[in-house]
Design a binder for this molecule. Structure first.
Ligand code: ADE
Length: 422
């Protein structure tokens, strides 16, 4: 049977998707600038790029940029619930991207799609959660030799890849795009902060002012969520296991305590740890009637949903779209959003375009750097070159019409010398 060129829900949705892609593009000026240069210079000519990413309007603009650089691109979803079907349709119909993603696809279809992307024999891969790289290291090892390098854009994925590198298991070079300042300082913090609350609000219509919100994890994503929740008038509590991060949360003015205590206080719980079962039976037991629980970490393992199901007398699906009620007993229900999957991408549309502009500009320039390096990169986890980060920051400031000072000659000399002191 001939292989499918795409697999999306409904190509007729393309007109709506195109409008959203072009709307997002207005807020992605750095990526647009790179796209115009790529169109002329074709730095990715003949390179096959396999991507496993959230299928959103912002990702569409990254795909357009890679194609403008001459790449052949195939895209599958990095999460079954984050796919925007209209965007997927437009990517295929209006922009000629090979997309394999349907919103709410089964786990089997999800992996069929990952494998279809690997079938193009990618030389560069882009991952959001390391599912593509993981498949290349387990079930499709024959294809690993084609890979010049892979890029990873989540904290969760980078942790995994560093562990693999430490165990000598990496089969090809990897670039930790997540660790670039132009990515995590903005995308993880401001992107996750805003879009997570957006997801909670769209799913529940709750008032945030005066609400006790427990943020589980105080990494860059947790900071963003906590900062925005406080801005909306919520009373914010933090659960964190790393002493340094906990201390930062205290000095940022948040109440920090163990989950065993916070479980009794919280009205909304948001997990952003990258770890497993950070909310579990012992916590559900202590929660108040009406507690809302959701996750904004990459995988749907942060909330122990099987335990929640097991301790519930009844489970009512869709009491509102994307809200499931777990009736623990007659007096207590807990409400789970988006089945514990990324609430910002399942119940809302993910990070705003302006912040994805920086992440995806970093990705596009890193793809160009990998293509230039060819086979020269060592099999290890690489940082994004500082030059790329400086360029993205500079372009973004320029696009925002923000101007900054330059060092005087005297200051340059001072910084380069050790002669002057007290
Ligand atoms: N990750 C978080 N938000 C996103 C978005 N809008 N597009 C692609 N990936 C994302």
């Amino acid at each position: 049977m001939a292989k499918k060129k795409c697999d999306v829900t409904d190509l007729k949705l393309a007109p709506q998707g195109k409008k959203k892609i072009l709307w997002a593009d207005r807020d992605m000026p750095v990526l647009a600038l790179i796209r115009r240069r790529f169109e002329k210079q074709k730095p990715l000519a003949g390179i096959r790029v396999g991507c496993c990413m959230h299928v959103t309007s912002e990702t569409a603009n990254l795909m357009r940029t890679l194609q403008a650089g001459g790449a052949q691109v195939a895209l599958c979803a990095s999460n079954p619930l984050s796919t925007q079907d209209h965007t997927a349709a437009s990517m295929v119909k209006d922009f000629g991207v090979a997309v394999f993603a349907r919103r709410a696809e089964s786990v089997k279809t999800f992996y069929d799609h990952v494998n279809t992307v690997i079938d193009i024999k990618p030389q560069i891969t882009m991952d959001d959660g390391a599912d593509l790289v993981n498949t290349l290291h387990t079930k499709r090892t024959n294809e690993a030799e084609n890979i010049l390098a892979s890029m990873e854009e989540t904290t969760t994925g980078v942790i995994r890849l560093r562990a693999m590198a430490g165990n000598g298991e990496l089969l090809f070079p990897v670039v930790a795009v997540n660790d670039a300042d132009t990515k995590h300082l903005f995308d993880n913090r401001y992107g996750t902060g805003q879009s997570t609350l957006d997801g909670v609000l769209r799913a529940t219509d709750l008032l945030l002012a005066g609400k006790h919100i427990v943020v589980v994890g105080y990494g860059w994503c947790g900071r963003g969520v906590a900062m925005r929740a406080r801005g909306a008038g919520a009373i914010v509590h933090i659960a964190e296991i790393e002493p340094l991060k906990a201390l930062e949360a205290v000095m940022d003015g948040f109440h920090v305590a163990p989950m065993s205590e916070l479980a009794t206080v919280g009205e909304v719980f948001i997990t952003v740890t990258g770890n497993k079962h950070v909310l579990r039976a012992e916590h559900f037991r202590k929660m108040k009637n009406g507690a809302v629980v959701c996750n904004s970490g990459h995988f749907d393992v942060e909330i122990d949903i099987p335990a929640l199901r097991k301790m519930s007398k009844k489970v009512v699906k869709e009491v509102r779209p994307l809200v499931t009620e777990y009736q623990i007993n007659l007096r207590k229900s807990i409400y789970l959003l988006a089945d514990g999957r990324l609430v910002n991408l399942s119940a809302a549309t993910g990070h705003p375009a302006s912040v994805m502009d920086m992440s995806f500009a970093t990705q596009a320039l890193t793809a160009e750097w990998i293509a230039k390096k060819g086979r020269k990169l060592a099999v290890e986890v690489h940082e994004v070159p500082r030059k790329i980060e400086d360029q993205v920051a500079q372009f973004k400031l320029h696009a925002m019409d923000v101007h900054i000072d330059r060092l005087t000659r005297e200051q340059v000399r001072y910084l380069a010398s050790s002669g002057e002191g007290t």
